[in-house]
Design a protein around this ligand. Structure first.
Ligand SMILES: NC(=O)c1ccc[n+]([C@@H]2O[C@H](COP(=O)([O-])OP(=O)(O)OC[C@H]3O[C@@H](n4cnc5c(N)ncnc54)[C@H](OP(=O)(O)O)[C@@H]3O)[C@@H](O)[C@H]2O)c1
Length: 208
């Protein structure tokens, strides 16, 4: 059986302070955040380090340049971006290799799908966050229908749908219980009938 190599990924430049969420993409701040992560994770190299949010006050090439420097020094193995557009991805790619983009995408909220496909064209992985629409997200009826017929959870159906959209999509399922983690890791091959049932237009997917 092949051994799965664990990949440690984390982000910098955006964090929570009480009720506020500051953004700071200055090179010195990103370096400081990376150093905190290295110490906290007790490692000398982070596999994937992501710019959590573009800072409108800092030119993107400066933020990405700082991550490129960390990569050259060996503190991080690969650079990722989060919450970006295609134009921002292209701007970043002109500065340093970008391994992954982490944006919000789910069956009920598929608006960022063109971005995932643009990433595929550029050889960039797309990490889909909030793949169930977040913890308070309603489960779409079509996913429940397929889940009932297949005898699996609707969450497994939603993850399988995402993976079917493009091979570069990696759903980032949030979970706080072993049972839900195991459920999300189980995988599912969707049939033609499943896909037919799931092909409702985007605006009809989220129940009122
Ligand atoms: N880059 C960004 O700006 C950004 C923003 C938001 C989120 N994220 C990341 O995205 C990831 C996931 O997003 P999210 O937590 O907002 O939303 P989510 O993954 O769409 O939803 C999480 C909810 O789904 C439940 N769940 C997970 N797997 C399940 C399963 N197999 N069966 C039934 N229920 C299941 C969890 O339950 P339990 O908790 O009970 O297990 C939790 O309530 C997190 O790692 C988060 O850090 C990134």
């Amino acid at each position: 059986m092949p051994t799965r190599v664990p990949l440690v990924a984390t982000k910098g430049g955006h964090w929570r302070r009480g009720d506020s969420f500051p953004v700071d993409g200055r090179p010195d701040t990103l370096r400081a955040h990376c150093e905190i992560s290295l110490r906290t994770l007790e490692t000398d190299r982070i596999d994937l380090y992501q710019l959590h949010h573009v800072d409108s006050q800092v030119p993107l090439p400066d933020s990405v340049g700082a991550l490129g420097q960390l990569r050259q020094e060996g503190s991080i193995a690969a650079i990722g971006l989060s919450n970006v557009t295609v134009a921002q991805l292209d701007e970043a790619l002109a500065v340093a290799p970008i391994a992954a983009v982490q944006n919000r995408l789910s069956y009920g909220d598929p608006g960022d799908l063109p971005m995932a496909l643009a990433c595929a064209e550029r050889g960039v992985a797309y990490l889909a966050y909030s793949p169930f629409g977040g913890s308070a997200g309603p489960v779409p009826q079509a996913a429940l229908t397929v889940a009932r017929r297949r005898g699996v959870s609707a969450h497994r159906v939603l993850l399988a749908w995402l993976r079917r959209q493009s091979p570069n999509i990696v759903p980032l399922a949030g979970a706080s219980r072993p049972a839900t983690i195991r459920g999300s890791a189980a995988g599912l091959d969707l049939t033609d009938q499943d896909l037919k049932d799931l092909c409702a237009p985007a605006e009809q997917r989220t129940p009122p």
